[in-house]
Each structure stands twice: as C-alpha cells, then as structure tokens.
Design a protein around this ligand. Structure first.
Ligand code: DAT
Ligand code: MG
Length: 140
C-alpha cells in the first residue's frame, strides 16, 4: 500500500466519554503516525464543508448540531493504507452493526444512541482525505 494521510475526527460523544486516549491508542497500535491534532469546538462553516455530501439529507442538521455540541479532536494520521485501514479500525457506520474489535463495535455501548453518535469519522478515499485535511488543517 502507498503511504497516505487520512483525516480522523474524534467526535463530541467520544470526547465527553473520555475515549480520546483509547482511540489514539488503537490508531498508534496499528502503526499509524499522528502528524497533526487539534481539540476544539468546530466552526459551523467547517462542518458544512466537511459534510457537504450529506447536505439535504434528513440526518444532516442533527449531525451538524451534534458535531457542534462539544469539542472535537481532529487528527491527521499517516501510514501505509491508512485511509481504508482507519475505516476498518472504526467499523460500520452504525455502532449496532459494527463488528467486535472495531472502535464503534467495542465502544459504541448504548443501543439508545443516535447513529451520528458513532465516536469517530475517517476519510473514505484519497480525494476525501485531501479535501477534508484542507478544511481542518489549512496550513498542513
Ligand atoms: P461514515 O461516518 O461511516 O463515513 P457517512 O459518511 O455515510 O458514514 O455519514 C456521515 C455521518 O452521518 C455518520 O458518521 C453518521 C451520520 N449518519 C449517516 N447515515 C445516517 C443515518 N441513516 N441516520 C442518521 N445519521 C446518519
Ligand atoms: Mg463518511
């Protein structure tokens, strides 16, 4: 696999649940190298750009509101095949469907939660990763 970079977001639910360390531990244990990180409440414009592909869908506004509900840890990680590799560490979008051994499968925990409360985001392609890294880390 090529060495590539991906954009990871540790979402507000994970930050509130003190899961930053556990999630970074899994990323590093897999051999991926964090090269930039920032913990803060995002700007609404950043989220609008980040989630542009979902604009107009019924879950779009609840998703944006949730992402504004507290600090998010944005991380750029580098490694061989890290784009599909982190998606595989994260597990299926809906934690209810996510396999054991994945972040969402192991830590999703509460079946009453909404789908957007799925702990992490990871870029889904080389193009998405480039686009998303430019949104969250314009100086990288
Ligand atoms: P992923 O985060 O696995 O890339 P996605 O890009 O399809 O998933 O969707 C972005 C986020 O939107 C996802 O993390 C949670 C939320 N979401 C997706 N599908 C949803 C749905 N059917 N109902 C509610 N929220 C949803
Ligand atoms: Mg996605």
């Amino acid at each position: 696999d090529a060495v590539e970079r991906t954009l990871i977001l540790v979402k507000p639910d994970a930050v509130r649940r003190r899961l930053i360390g556990e999630i970074l531990r899994r990323i590093e244990a897999k051999g991926y190298q964090p090269i930039a990180a920032e913990l803060r409440i995002p700007a609404e414009e950043e989220l609008a750009a980040h989630y542009a592909e979902h604009e107009g869908k019924p879950f779009y506004q609840p998703l944006v509101d949730f992402m504004l509900s507290g600090p998010v840890l944005a991380v750029v990680a580098e490694g061989q095949g890290v784009i599909p590799g982190f998606r595989s560490l994260a597990g299926a979008t809906n934690p209810t469907d996510a396999a054991p051994g994945t972040i969402r499968g192991d830590l999703g925990r509460d079946w009453g939660l909404k789908v957007q409360q799925n702990l992490v985001h990871g870029s889904d392609s080389v193009e998405s990763a480039q686009r998303e890294i430019a949104i969250w880390f314009p100086n990288l």
